[in-house]
Design a protein around this ligand. Structure first.
Ligand code: FAD
Length: 465
């Protein structure tokens, strides 16, 4: 019996997918309601991208403060007040989530706190601890995101932690074991390695950061090993014994069983979509057996007024993908011709060095039968990289042989995460290597590496023979 509240577009979840969709839908003249059961900003702003990057940069500063002897800097007694580091991190999160609240308000989006549950294809019920309210919508956008996978043998507890636990540790552990050498595991493991924790990785695959090229992951591994990090690949974690003060993890590598003690075990083995407690099965929204919602090029599910975006649909679980899809869904609802096109989508690891990839890799292009030129330029031949004393890495440009079209790029090196934007743009805009080579890049900058690789691609490099 409550009186339903009517809205045009109902967005479920206020992560980088949902809040962006809500803003764009409001800009396009819709009456928008966004439902959030947790905190505005979703995983990304609260317990994902942003807090991890705050800790990564703090750890990196600590590391470089201690080790800048090459540049004539000798720092003694560099210390960390980890509670202050945590305060810094939380401050960044607060600023951004507050910003999202302001943006939603500024765009006249109604924000409702509670858990949404589908009743039928035009009704959801929103429940909080004390009450329930029904909403009627013309269109809905589901943006409920994902959560860490939990393995039965490694149930989360005080000492067996997920990424959220790892972001919120109140002290620097002496020892940390990480199951899973994927992006999240590597980023969080690196944070603590920089703060002096003895970190051990247990990874089932034959390499860390699966999906990135070996030449790139080799640089990350070398950096981690320099910090004393142990990496066991082709290793399988078997069990954990937990005490009040720590864990004992048993794993198998090369047929040999080993145990290792640590303060914490971080389990980082992937994320599963939050599609199991939404009531969408009864509405008939089609999913894969892994709970991934199936969508068309306009982010529409098989139910024509229900859309889905972000971590709950096919593709890489990345914040910028979620936001992009949010804009597409909102525009599709408004009757625009927007369609998803992932051609220029970048993926980044905030490791040391940073890794970034966009479009085709060399191997991927060959697999698709495209004749290519792969042109590489090292950071070590760049003046800016040298003056930063940060020269580990390379940029590789993948161009189509017949016409020089830029179809992909991989970067390992400082600021790879920022540099990749130029290449996303080049791919989006259909540029050739010559276009990049003839674009004047400021000197001395890391961006010149992109120009120089383009010169290599067209056969006329200046700073390399
Ligand atoms: P989410 O951000 O997961 O948001 C979903 C929201 O929906 C949540 O707020 C949730 O409370 C809400 N919700 C769920 N169910 C309901 C319901 N029934 N009713 C109401 N609300 C509901 N990606 C990057 O691109 N770059 C990075 O550097 C990066 N770093 C990461 C680091 C870590 C440690 C982690 C865990 C992830 C990282 N990611 C990164 C991934 C990124 O966080 C996700 O891809 C992104 O948050 C997905 O956005 P989303 O909008 O789909 O969902």
């Amino acid at each position: 019996g409550d009186f339903p509240i009517e809205t045009d577009t109902l967005v479920i979840g206020a992560g980088p997918g949902g809040y962006v969709a809500a803003i764009r839908a409001a800009q396009l003249g819709q009456k928008v309601t966004v439902v959030e059961k947790g905190t505005l900003g979703g995983v990304c702003l609260n317990v994902g991208c942003i807090p991890s990057k705050a800790l990564i940069s703090a750890g990196h500063r600590y590391e470089t403060a201690k080790h800048s002897e090459d540049m004539g800097i000798k720092a003694e007694n560099v210390t960390v007040d980890f509670s202050k580091v945590q305060e810094f991190k939380q401050g960044v999160v607060k600023k951004l989530t507050g910003g999202v609240a302001g943006l939603l308000k500024g765009n006249k989006v109604d924000v409702v706190y509670g858990e949404a549950y589908f009743v039928d294809n035009e009704t959801v019920k929103v429940m909080d601890e004390t009450s329930s309210q029904t909403y009627k919508f013309k269109n809905a956008i589901i943006a409920t995101g994902s959560r860490p996978v939990e393995i039965p043998v490694f149930k989360y507890s005080n000492r067996v932690i997920d990424s959220t636990g790892a972001l919120n540790l109140q002290e620097i552990p002496k020892k940390l074991v990480v199951i899973g050498g994927g992006v999240i595991g590597i980023e969080l493991g690196s944070v603590y390695a920089n703060f002096g924790t003895e970190v051990t990785f247990i990874e089932a695959a034959e390499d860390i950061l699966v999906g990135f090229e070996k030449q790139m992951t080799a640089l990350v591994k070398r950096g981690l090993k320099k910090k004393g990090v142990e990496i066991h690949t082709k290793a399988s974690a078997k069990s954990v014994e937990e005490s009040e003060t720590g864990v004992k993890v048993t794993f198998e590598v090369k047929g040999e069983e080993k145990t290792i003690e640590a303060d914490y075990l971080l389990v980082s083995v992937g994320r599963r979509p939050n599609t199991d407690e939404l009531g969408i099965e009864q509405v008939g929204v089609e999913m894969t057996d892994r709970g991934i919602i199936k969508i068309d090029k306009q982010c529409r599910t098989n139910i024509s007024n229900i859309y889905a975006i972000g971590d709950i649909v096919e593709g890489p679980q990345l914040a910028h993908k979620a936001s992009y899809e949010g804009k597409i869904a909102a525009e599709a609802i408004a009757g625009e011709k927007a369609e998803i096109d992932y051609l220029g989508i970048p993926a980044v690891v905030f490791s040391e060095p940073e890794l970034a990839t966009v479009g085709y890799t060399e191997a991927g292009a060959k697999e698709d039968g495209i004749e290519i030129i792969a042109a590489k330029f090292p950071f070590a031949a760049n003046g800016r990289a040298l003056s930063l004393n940060d020269t580990d890495g390379f940029l590789k440009l993948v161009t189509r042989k017949e016409d020089g079209l830029v179809i992909g790029a991989q970067i390992a090196g400082p600021s790879a995460s920022d540099m990749v934007s130029e290449l996303s743009l080049a791919i989006e805009a259909g540029m050739t290597a010559e276009d990049i080579a003839m674009t004047i890049h400021a000197h001395p900058t890391l961006g010149e590496i992109t120009m120089e690789a383009a010169e290599v691609a067209i056969g006329s490099p200046i700073h390399i023979v």
